[in-house]
Write a protein that binds this ligand. Structure first.
Ligand code: SF4
Length: 625
């Protein structure tokens, strides 16, 4: 078998047992890797109805066949478990160098069962694995742990994925951090890792563990990407990072502002990638073998000290700590980003939860008595930063916000709950369904809560008709409608995005629109790395299988159509900017859900049918429902 190492490591934390599974090629073809592997083991080993922070929750780290190949956009790590934030399935991706090194270390996935009696870390080198004591690392921030482990292991080139103090303390949106600047941020996977007393996973290996089917074909594909990159629509992201889009989003009325009351932030330029490049940007960073180099590295020394080791804020981070909170202080946002990376927290949920608290504070539902005297008004950068620190340590009012906005709001009454902007209790990322209509449906139905990287966004259909045609999509529909064709666009691109997560590739590099490589080239990547000629259809089938497994997991947990809902704020007209007056309606969402469930082959409660699961080779999943 090419591409994969053929080995899955099971780690039984209760008694320290380590077992290597060597599944047949059929398993690899069916589930591909990433979220596909994660859901396979979650459905097999996590009993329905458990507390996500209980030892019975299974935690998986998974990569895929293309991981570690010398080409842009292949070094991605997926982490899955039942989410402590949503109570539904958890899923989170990150890039960097850890995923490639995990392949070099000799494994396609790590599956963690149970809970260690005391803090441990997993050390994997060249196919050999052991659990080591991590008591001396418990309570330490990510920078301290990174330095200590490198010193202790006598190797500066080890790669470390770890939980910070926030994960240890059970902050519901705690992240798993690598290098202090990359995060598996969403759905609280850091809290699950912390609940298992698993402080870190450390990998080191050599390229001999990664063999690919067709090196000549792979080199050609790599060279094509390097040559075309300067002419591609992703080039700007290389120059300014994801922060590039702040100004454009704002101009179109699509930059969430004042906790989603508006899509226009008057001070957007102050928090933009352009302003960052003029002020605190130190350099660009990248992931293993990637030519795009979209990662930012910033440095600040004035009011807030931000060291380069913590990277720099992405678009989502600039929005959640910035426009969501009406904060225009770039250094304060960079500092909030550093704190999240240091303590291990998702910047989207953290910033959005603080924005909700500011909204509730200004409405008088939360008072200074609740906040311990902090004047939590919109635009107060200092208060925003104070809250990030309190949340990370679960101290003061931060201990309430560490539960996420939906749970925190339950303490302050119905009106405070109406201000929450979350789906399945996960805070919404910074792309607005009011101006990109199909996102409303996808935010509602996505199994792991509101997510902006689970389908293609509406404007792409018009701008990239040739790549869309590869997926069978015909004439583009207007951005602001949610008709049956648009629902088909959402569902079709969603399957592709699910496959991107299963094949563990970067959604900036491979995709159906503005990406460096199109769907046909993704099929080529899979062929040259694994030897499998799946074609676009075969890739879509993998994506659909993964989507069905995710939905089946949620169905087991009792999630229904009612959970595929949107926050009330989205039904209120937006104020100011180009999106003034725009809003969604509950009727359009319900109609879109009907069409979507029908297209997916699910019942009208959004549950995959036995026939659908059987057609995808998932009868064993159907038997769990
Ligand atoms: S595009 Fe950015 S996030 Fe994606 S692999 Fe390249 S450097 Fe990493």
């Amino acid at each position: 078998m090419y591409g994969y190492t053929g080995k899955i490591l099971h780690v039984y934390l209760d008694d320290g047992r380590l077992e290597v599974e060597t599944p047949p090629e059929e398993f690899y073809r069916k589930y591909a890797g990433g979220t596909g592997f994660g859901l396979y083991y979650l459905l097999k080993h996590t009993p329905a109805g458990i507390d996500p922070l209980a030892p019975e929750n299974t935690l998986t780290f998974a990569i895929s066949g293309p991981t570690g190949a010398p080409i842009s956009g292949q070094s991605r790590l997926t982490i899955n478990a039942k989410s402590p934030l949503t109570g539904a399935v958890g899923d989170s991706q990150s890039g960097g160098f850890f995923p490639a090194e995990m392949k070099f270390a000799g494994f396609d996935a790590f599956v963690f069962h149970g809970k260690a009696p005391k803090p441990v870390y997993l050390w994997v080198k060249e196919g050999q694995a052991e659990l080591r004591d991590a008591s001396h690392l418990w309570g330490k921030t990510t920078d301290e742990v990174e330095d200590r482990l490198k010193e202790e292991l006598g190797d500066r080139r080890v790669h470390i994925a770890q939980v910070g103090p926030a994960g240890e303390k059970g902050v519901r949106f705690a992240a798993v951090i690598t290098y202090g600047n990359r995060a598996n941020g969403r759905t609280g996977m850091g809290a699950v890792m912390g609940s298992k007393n698993l402080k870190a996973v450390v990998v080191r290996g050599s390229k001999k563990n990664a063999t690919f089917a067709d090196m000549k074909g792979l080199t050609q594909l790599t060279k094509w990407g390097v040559k075309e990159f300067p002419n591609s629509d992703i080039y700007g992201m290389g120059l300014l990072g994801t922060a590039e889009i702040v100004n454009g989003q704002n101009k179109g009325g699509g930059l969430p502002t004042h906790n989603w009351d508006s899509g226009y932030f008057a001070c957007a330029y102050e928090i933009s990638g352009h302003h960052m490049a003029e002020t605190i940007l130190k350099e660009r960073d990248t992931c293993y073998a990637c030519t795009v180099r979209c990662k930012r590295v910033v440095e600040a020394e004035n009011r807030y000290k931000v060291e380069p080791r913590y990277g720099g804020p992405e678009y989502e981070t600039l929005a959640t700590f910035g426009s969501y909170c009406n904060v225009d202080d770039l250094e304060a946002i960079a500092y909030a980003n550093k704190l999240c990376n240091m303590y291990g927290m998702d910047t989207i949920s953290c910033g959005a939860t603080i924005a909700w608290a500011m909204d509730a504070f200004e409405h008088g539902y939360i008072t200074k008595e609740d906040t311990g005297g902090i004047c939590l008004t919109f635009g107060n950068a200092e208060a925003m930063v104070q809250m990030v620190e309190q949340i990370a340590r679960k101290e003061g009012f931060g201990a309430i916000l560490a539960e996420g906005s939906a749970r925190a709001a339950e303490k302050f009454g119905e009106k405070a709950q109406d201000l929450v902007v979350a789906v399945k209790k996960q805070e919404m990322p910074a792309h607005m369904p009011q101006v990109k209509r199909s996102l409303g449906l996808i935010y509602a139905v996505n199994p792991y809560g509101a997510d902006h990287q689970s389908s293609e966004h509406d404007p792409s259909w018009k701008w990239y008709p040739e790549r869309m045609a590869m997926l069978g999509l015909g004439e583009a529909q207007p951005t602001k409608v949610l008709n049956r064709e648009k629902v088909n666009f959402a569902f079709t691109t969603e399957k592709l995005y699910m496959a991107l997560n299963a094949f563990s590739v970067c959604q900036f590099v491979f995709g159906p629109a503005w990406h460096l490589y199109g769907p046909d080239q993704l099929a080529e990547l899979i062929k040259v790395t694994t030897g499998w000629d799946l074609g676009i259809e075969g890739i879509q089938e993998v994506g659909e299988r993964v989507l069905n497994m995710l939905r089946a997991f949620n169905a087991r947990e009792g999630f229904t159509r009612d959970d595929d809902s949107l926050p009330k704020k989205l039904y209120k007209p937006l104020q100011g900017g180009r999106s003034e007056g725009l809003h969604l309606t509950p009727e359009e969402l319900e109609q879109a859900k009907d069409w979507y469930y029908e297209m997916a082959g699910w019942d009208q409660n959004g549950v995959p049918t036995r026939e659908k699961l059987e057609s995808l080779g998932l009868l064993w999943v159907a038997e769990q429902l």
